[in-house]
Design a protein around this ligand. Structure first.
Ligand code: GAR
Length: 208
């Protein structure tokens, strides 16, 4: 069984899509071993518990400095020995040691077509506000491996979503989630669990 840990900070709709994918068999041979949040109030934790998944909060507020938090966070991950770490709306910068230890075994979902509207300051609704302000006609979502940079790792999959003239940041966010994020994140996990994804020179290749 391929073991994943999902890290979350907020509502957890992407987590829900993964749970659904596992339950329905779209994500094969995979177990969500644990859900970790930095935010005690994250509804994602509740979603995990309702699905019978261990749900843990590791909050920076409970530690005296960043180093202590990082250590606790890494320990929580390592207890589970996951095959893959999935960042599903996780708004905390990962400790560099974790990124090295889990090279090409951490993925993130970002709500734009990277390299547009990504990097420092681009998260959640802010991404969609920036998309509308710039007036692009196509946006979407990206699943990528996590490296030391901010949204710079090898791209695994992207899905485009049309921007409408009457979109607000909220309507656009909802459509990007429904049409792109909830589709490609479980899909990518299934491909990785099935051993179908390899990274070569910073590029991702998917085999049938
Ligand atoms: C999602 O739109 C995800 O792409 C985004 O946060 C939202 C979390 O929603 N992530 C980022 O912006 C990361 N840079 P959810 O908690 O309902 O899955």
């Amino acid at each position: 069984m391929f073991k994943i840990v999902v890290c979350v900070s907020g509502g957890g709709t992407n987590l829900q899509a993964i749970i659904h994918g596992v339950d329905q068999g779209a994500v094969e041979n995979t177990k969500i071993a644990k859900v970790i949040s930095n935010n005690r109030g994250a509804y994602a934790l509740e979603r995990a518990r309702q699905a019978g998944i261990e749900a843990v909060c590791v909050s920076p507020k409970d530690y005296e400095d960043r180093e202590a938090f990082n250590q606790a966070f890494v320990q929580e991950i390592e207890k589970t020995e996951p095959d893959l770490i999935v960042l599903a709306g996780f708004l905390v910068t990962l400790p560099v040691q974790l990124i090295h230890r889990y090279a090409n075994r951490i993925i993130n979902i970002h709500p734009s077509l990277i390299p547009s509207f990504c990097g420092t300051g681009y998260y959640g609704l802010k991404v969609h506000e920036a998309v509308l302000a710039r007036g692009v006609k196509i946006t979407g979502a990206t699943v990528h491996f996590v490296d030391e940079g901010m949204d710079t790792g090898p791209i695994i999959m992207q899905k485009a979503v049309a921007v409408r003239e009457d979109d607000t940041p909220k309507t656009l966010q909802k459509r990007v989630m429904e049409e792109a994020e909830w589709v490609i994140l479980p899909w990518c996990i299934n491909l990785i669990a099935g051993g179908k994804v390899r990274v070569e020179n910073g590029r991702v290749f998917v085999s049938e």
